[in-house]
Ligand binder design. Structure first.
Ligand code: ZN
Length: 518
């Protein structure tokens, strides 16, 4: 008699449905497990017998038991297969009617006494099962709180193997808990920080406003102490809220890394990651021994990746960013498998103008040689520089200057005021791209770029003149158009005007652009 119970396994960020089949035949009493189980799954063999007997259920005697996990080619990992394996075995022995289980998927670890224990990564599994069309899930009661945010799924929490059996045989009733999306509210980030504390620097705040609105990559250049990281750290306070789907996606990724919120529920703030300067390339883009782990670029997905002192970072780490910046995802290849993690983040970089930090400073003397400066600047290679859309040079603050006195005395824009404008520009993009594959102006390219960034009259003249004078590269020209589009959106304008292009030109590189890297 053959029977099967549905469960799942995690492969990268995806969930794959697993069928647990059990075959009992006469013969030597052995239990075999086939279908690429990992060590944790194989060990369930030992727990199985004790858990079944301690639950007061019959373990088949004098039977040759074969547990088959299919599809055969998929590696099965984790202790969450204990419960489906036990149920499959009981079904094979005729104790549990497996045909009643067709609509259900089952996850849960078993202890020797037959209790069902919580499993890691229950949330990504449930999200994945729902995406595969499963509407009913039997799961450990302890995992219920974390996964009840997955809507349109009926969750059947169980505490023991016995309870699960009784439910399937119809001897007991379990009232399902319906997953619900949590009420969406803007989760106000760390209230101790606000852009209103950043005096002066209106130009930099404006650049951040544009970057966040269109998800454009931004590079700050300026001497130490000019406020680069002070501003970067306040970016979360102006980030727009996330949609339910985005929250699920981010929470799923964090859960895969064992970083889901302790109090349960969904992560509702956009991530902000600021890895240390000596971060390895595996930690940055993902990798490591065994199953490749997601890196910082994936933890920053749909949020911000802030890299301070970029030229000080390892060359291989910086170069490893090139592809994911282009593709918005990273594929890590191993001899046996390939895993793709999403990595759509806004890159905010910061650098000093030279090794000592004071090149171009009116008040302090730079002690570097021209060669040192050139070498330092070249640490950010052409292709990496080409990925930035917005360049901002921050001068040192001269606290005695009349300009500073004046700007310090005038009211500063707050995070709330900036966010309101940003949400407006975001809404326009959501509406415009509703039928397209993209969501942000920074994603425009090819046909869509030509369709949505058409320039006419004066705007075209400013664009042509600016490109010629600043020697803007081909790639840079596209970026110029996208940033102009975002500036027009911030003004609520359909058409890109000359003033929008003129402002966007201010955020191009001051130094001569190089031509066309790959
Ligand atoms: Zn210097």
């Amino acid at each position: 008699m053959v029977s099967f119970i549905k469960s799942c396994t995690i492969a990268g960020v995806d969930t794959e449905i697993i069928r647990v089949e059990c075959d009992l035949s006469r013969g030597m009493p052995v239990l075999n497990m086939v279908g690429l189980p990992d060590a944790a799954v194989r060990e369930s063999r030992d727990r199985l017998r004790a858990a079944i007997l301690n639950s007061g259920l019959d373990f088949p005697v004098n039977r040759r038991i074969t547990i088959n996990l299919s599809p055969a080619g998929t590696r099965k990992e984790g202790t969450h297969l204990d419960l489906p394996i036990a149920l499959s075995l009981l079904a094979g022995a005729g104790n549990v009617p497996a045909e009643k289980m067709e609509d259900y998927a089952v996850i849960g670890e078993l202890s020797l006494d037959g209790r069902v224990e919580a499993v890691p990564q229950a949330l990504p599994m449930c999200i994945g099962l729902k995406q595969k069309g499963v509407k009913k899930i039997i799961l450990p009661k302890e995992n219920l709180k974390n996964v009840s945010v997955v809507e349109e799924v009926d969750l059947y929490p169980v505490e023991t193997l016995r309870e699960a059996c009784d439910f399937i045989t119809g001897e007991a009733v379990i009232a399902p808990v319906q997953g619900k999306r949590p009420p969406s509210a803007f989760d106000s980030p760390d209230s101790e920080m606000d852009f209103s504390e950043v005096l002066g620097r209106e130009e930099a705040k404006r650049a951040i406003e544009i970057s966040v609105s269109g998800f454009h990559h931004l590079l700050f250049t300026g001497p130490p102490g000019c406020g680069k990281s002070m501003m970067a750290k306040r970016i979360p306070t102006v980030m727009p809220g996330m949609t339910y789907e985005e929250m699920l996606e981010v929470t799923k990724l964090y859960s895969l890394c064992g970083m889901e919120p302790e109090e349960g529920g969904l992560i509702s703030r956009r991530p902000f990651r600021a890895p240390a300067g000596n971060v390895s390339s595996a930690a940055m883009v993902g990798g490591g021994a065994g199953i490749p782990r997601p890196g910082e670029i994936t933890l920053a997905h749909l949020g911000t990746l802030f890299l301070d002192e970029m030229p000080e970072m390892r060359r291989d780490v910086l170069e490893a960013l090139r592809q994911p910046l282009e593709d918005e995802k990273i594929t890590i290849s191993r001899s046996q498998s390939k895993i793709t993690y999403p990595s759509k983040f806004m890159l905010v970089g910061a650098r000093n103008p030279c090794p000592c930090g004071y090149f171009g400073d009116p008040n302090r003397r730079c002690t570097c040689s021209m060669q040192q400066i050139r070498r330092y600047q070249e640490r950010l290679s052409g292709p990496i520089m080409d990925r930035f859309d917005i360049f901002v040079d921050l001068a040192a603050i001269d606290y005695d200057s009349p300009e500073w006195m004046q700007s310090a005395g005038s009211p500063c824009r707050s995070s709330a005021a900036m966010r309101e404008k940003i949400e407006g520009a975001r809404a326009l993009q959501e509406e415009r791209y509703i039928k397209e594959e993209i969501r942000y102006n920074s994603q425009l390219q090819g046909r869509l770029l030509r369709k949505y960034c058409r320039l006419e009259g004066a705007a075209k003249e400013v664009y042509d003149l600016g490109c010629r004078q600043l020697k803007v590269s081909l790639r840079g020209r596209d970026k110029l158009l996208k940033v102009s589009r975002t500036i027009a959106d911030l003004e609520g304008k359909d058409e890109i005007g000359a003033e929008h292009v003129a402002e966007a030109l201010q955020y191009r590189r001051r130094d001569e652009e190089r031509d066309d890297y790959q």
